[in-house]
Design a protein around this ligand. Structure first.
Ligand code: GDP
Ligand code: MG
Length: 181
């Protein structure tokens, strides 16, 4: 019957990166269409659910938001479990947050792989692009090459504040997850 053709997908998506890069803001913008300048650090782990109509199917994205300080401990292994995709976020105005990107990627890949041994689909987000792109400009970073060398499916300049490229990045990630299944 028709009903049997209607598939539902549930994907756990990690949002990781250093403290203050905008992880929580990106999720709030994407799921609740809100933005706040009030700084409130995430405590522990937060979840948000985004439902997408994907062709004739339903895709549920379970977005996992963690506090930046908890990186690289034993906590992350538990947190990463059964994730199908990830955003690694840095702040376009703070070089140290970009330097941390490869560490986040290594931590993720060392603790989580798909059943076929591949690493999960991961997209790099250069957030706060509304404040300029110092990190990208000053270092002459070739982002396409950086993504290839470090195993990112792709990258986007985003702004949670101005709502730039967040939907696009999410759709891109979902495409890659579906292709990896
Ligand atoms: P998290 O620690 O990675 O979850 O970062 P938050 O989402 O808490 O954001 C840290 C700070 O950066 C907050 O004051 C946000 O309002 C601000 N922020 C987040 N995203 C953006 C953005 O796209 N543009 C600008 N200008 N500020 C942002
Ligand atoms: Mg947060």
């Amino acid at each position: 019957t028709m009903q049997n053709n209607l598939k539902e997908h549930l994907y756990k998506i990690l949002v990781i990166g250093d403290l203050g890069v905008g992880k929580t803001s990106i999720i709030k913008r994407y799921v609740h269409q809100t933005y706040s300048t009030n700084y409130r650090a995430t405590i522990g782990v937060d979840f948000a659910l985004k439902v997408l109509n994907w062709d004739s199917e339903t895709v549920r994205l379970q977005l996992w938001d963690i506090a930046g300080q908890e990186r690289f401990g034993n906590m992350t292994r538990v947190y990463y479990r059964e994730a199908m995709g990830a955003f690694i976020v840095f702040d376009s105005t703070r070089p140290t947050t970009f330097e941390a990107v490869t560490k986040w990627k290594e931590d993720l890949d060392s603790k989580l792989t798909l059943a076929n041994g591949q690493s999960i689909a991961t997209v790099l987000l250069a957030n706060k692009c509304d404040q300029g792109r110092d990190v990208l400009n000053n270092n002459g970073i070739k982002m396409e090459q950086f993504c290839k060398e470090n195993g990112f499916a792709g990258w986007f300049e985003t702004s949670a504040k101005e709502n730039i490229n967040i939907n696009e990045a999410a759709n891109f990630l979902v495409k890659h997850i579906i292709a990896s299944e």
